[in-house]
Design a protein around this ligand. Structure first.
Ligand code: ADP
Ligand code: 3PG
Ligand code: MG
Length: 407
């Protein structure tokens, strides 16, 4: 189930021994002490970097980290360079700027097979403004002969390092970008049925277009998390203090209209499956969970996970699935007491070898990698993208991909 990819990649161009500028997405989560909390995105970039090193390239990496206002040292990429060096078993040279003399000197001094990481692009406001002059400076100061886009997580943004930069060097895709798009498009374009989509999480309005895009291809859509709370509230169910998003009535009724047209009014609840029961707590820190039927939910509690009966129902449905697309945790999974739903779904996918499972969303990817002894290896594809994977599923054009050379 490999999808189409219509852009040129690093394998299609004579890249040997060249200076190559690679946009990666090293926007990694940091803990309270500013340490890298998860290096998934750094690990995911190694394939392209190793490929280019084998071909004798001088590799210059660029990325953003966080959303700094100007130069803010806590958003420096210096710790990422250190971690990258440890993972590669070879030092990554770090340059304290992404344009200017420091960059020119460092790249000039670097020999073949070296990796240089430049400082956070977003220390310059020109990055997010998609500024042509800034992009030109990056290309000129690094002396790049090729630009490689491998930061899948950021290709939904039209920024200087994803869009404008492609005017200043022949621009091709890296191996991670290609794999992400082929995996996600593969399940969207030609999935093996039954296809089950699981939607949860808290970014409810962001994900409404994703549900709509999945309705034509899915055989069932399971809804959990604060997304389910929102659907239930729109249906008139009182869920006490539960997290919901307001103003979703029109979106929800549009989704039900599409569902009725697809499966007929009498089958809608079998197609769009909402939780029958919900696991409640006093607040997100509660260590005690108790399941209640949705229509008997206590006014003073919060629904923080799908309920125990719903978990069994979801797992049962997943037994027949051949393709599963999962985006959004099914509850407040940061608290173990409310991670049961997400963990049982992860277990169901990890233990069915015949199912193709594609998992997206920053929090969902973190959850399954943390849950999985193989760090995500038990699933067909765990995406490094949050917003980018959602936009890809929803069928939107991704500016950072559009700008690359066609195959
Ligand atoms: P992703 O990053 O995977 O796309 P979202 O960002 O949409 O997912 O949502 C993940 C967040 O949703 C997590 O922080 C999780 O705790 C929260 N969440 C899920 N279900 C609930 C719930 N029932 N009540 C409160 N928060 C929830
Ligand atoms: C992400 O983490 O989703 C990407 O790195 C994009 O970051 P942004 O939402 O700050 O543009
Ligand atoms: Mg999230």
């Amino acid at each position: 189930m490999v999808g189409k990819f219509s852009k040129r990649t690093i394998k299609d161009v004579p890249i040997d021994n060249k200076t190559v500028l690679v946009r990666v997405d090293y926007n990694v989560p940091l803990d309270e002490d500013g340490k890298i909390a998860d290096d998934f995105r750094i690990q995911a970039s190694l394939g392209t970097i190793r490929y280019l090193m084998k071909r004798g390239c001088k590799v210059v990496l660029i990325s953003h980290l966080g959303r700094p206002e100007g130069r803010e040292e806590k958003f420096s990429l210096a710790p990422v360079a250190k971690r990258l060096g440890e993972l590669l078993g070879k030092k990554a040279i770090f340059v304290e700027d992404c344009i200017g003399d420091k960059v020119r000197m460092a790249v000039k001094k670097a020999s073949k097979n070296t990796i240089t990481l430049l400082e956070n692009l977003r220390f310059y406001k020109e990055e997010e403004a998609n500024d042509q002059k800034f992009a030109k400076s990056i290309a000129r100061d690094t002396g790049a002969r090729y630009f490689v886009q491998d930061g899948f997580g950021v290709v939904h943004r039209a920024h200087a390092s994803t869009d404008a930069i492609t005017c200043f060097a022949p621009s091709v895709a890296g191996l991670l970008l290609e794999r992400e798009i082929r995996s996600i498009r593969g399940v969207m374009d030609s999935p093996k049925h039954p296809v089950v989509a699981i939607l949860g999480g808290a970014k409810v309005s962001d994900k409404m277009p994703v549900i709509e895009a999945l309705e034509p291809i899915a055989d069932k859509i399971l809804i959990g998390g604060a997304m389910a709370n929102t659907f239930l509230r729109v249906a008139g169910v009182n869920l006490g203090k539960s997290k919901c998003e307001d103003g979703q009535e029109d979106q929800v009724s549009e989704i039900y209209e599409l569902a009725k047209n697809k499966v007929g009014a009498e089958n809608v609840d079998d197609f769009l499956v909402l939780p029958k029961d919900l696991a409640a707590g006093e607040d997100v820190h509660s260590s005690h969970r108790e399941s209640f039927n949705a229509d008997e939910f206590p006014a003073d509690k919060m629904a923080l996970d799908i309920g125990d009966e719903t978990i069994e129902q979801f797992v049962d449905i997943l037994k027949d699935a051949k393709t599963v697309i999962w985006n959004g945790t099914l509850g407040y999974a940061e608290n173990e007491a409310f991670a049961h739903g997400s963990a049982r779904v992860a277990l169901a996918l990890a233990t069915s070898p015949e199912v193709t499972s594609v998992i997206g969303g920053g929090d969902t990817a973190d959850f399954v990698r943390d849950w999985d002894a193989k760090k995500g290896g038990s699933f067909s594809h765990v995406s490094t993208g949050g917003g980018a994977s959602l936009e890809l599923i929803a069928g939107d054009k991704l500016p950072g991909v559009e700008a690359l050379l066609d195959a």
